[in-house]
Ligand binder design. Sequence first.
Ligand code: GDP
Length: 152
Amino acid sequence: MAGYRAEDDYDYLFKVVLIGDSGVGKSNLLSRFTRNEFSLESKYRAITSAYYRGAVGALLVYDVTRHSTFENVERWLRELRDHTDPNIVVMLIGNKSDLRHLVAVSTEDGKSFAERESLFFMETSALEATNVDNAFAEVLTQIYRIVSKKAM
Ligand code: GDP
């Protein structure tokens, strides 16, 4: 997520990355949050190690209707932790919560994985705009909490 770039005109600039398997809804979560838009097309680009550099927050996304995307969360988390500061704020996100009849990963499973790994957790729908603002806001709040503690 690109930050606000008017160099002289901000108090804080935080880098937050969106990761997770292809098709889980990363670009739609971002477009819902930034422009309140949703799209049926997939257009998220590949991730390289430069993508992680300097990140202080991450949204790690899986698709609640595809169990394989949840199984891969562990791998994404390892890769993230290999490339970032240990204090990074990570929010685990089970996206596509609107597809209730197709759910393949229970809320409990998401929640207990998050607890085990000390991640924050939310289920979202980029389609219905459920919890999207909350997820981004919570990550920024937690980052701010850490940054302001360091500054004291
Ligand atoms: P990305 O590859 O992780 O960036 O995923 P995209 O944002 O491109 O989304 C992949 C597909 O899932 C697209 O067809 C989206 O329309 C669809 N999608 C994304 N978020 C949701 C959601 O919350 N609910 C539903 N039903 N579909 C979604």
